[in-house]
Design a protein around this ligand. Structure first.
Ligand SMILES: [Zn+2]
Length: 139
């Protein structure tokens, strides 16, 4: 039921409206002729631009809590990985010691360990960057 039909129904039932009749047809004609054009896309853009700083401020603590949780989860297997790498590096040092002088073997193993350390550091440092890149973006 449209608004004008509800108004007619009320006017039929109401004693006040029956004693002083409303100009329902005139109201209906004015409502039918008047039209408000709303650009909903522009309205949405303006509303989002207005609330964007507030949303960003509210999202930052949530983002860092998620980063801390993900880093904590990724730290769980780290002791096992480091123990495995230690065994691997000792084996590499043993093999290198049979082929090279002791100092040279230590240098090779140290260089290899430094590369692993750099890879670990880069992996953990990339976690917040990857999470921020994969976060859903408003369209
Ligand atoms: Zn009335």
């Amino acid at each position: 039921m449209s608004g004008i039909d509800r108004l007619r129904e009320h006017a039929d039932d109401c004693d006040d409206c029956r004693s002083r009749p409303l100009a329902i047809d005139r109201i209906d004609a004015v409502l039918a002729s008047s039209r408000v054009d709303v650009d909903s896309a522009a309205l949405s853009r303006h509303a989002f631009a207005a609330v964007r700083p507030v949303l960003h401020t509210a999202a930052i603590p949530h983002f860092w809590r998620r980063v801390a949780a993900v880093v904590a989860v990724t730290l769980v297997p780290l002791p096992a990985i480091l123990a495995y790498d230690t065994v691997l590096l000792r084996g590499l040092h043993m093999v290198a010691s049979t082929l090279l002088p002791g100092t040279m073997a230590t240098y090779v193993v140290f260089t290899y360990a430094s590369m692993w350390l750099l890879l670990f550091a880069a992996s953990y440092a990339s976690i917040p960057i990857l999470m921020a890149r994969n976060a859903p973006r408003p369209s």
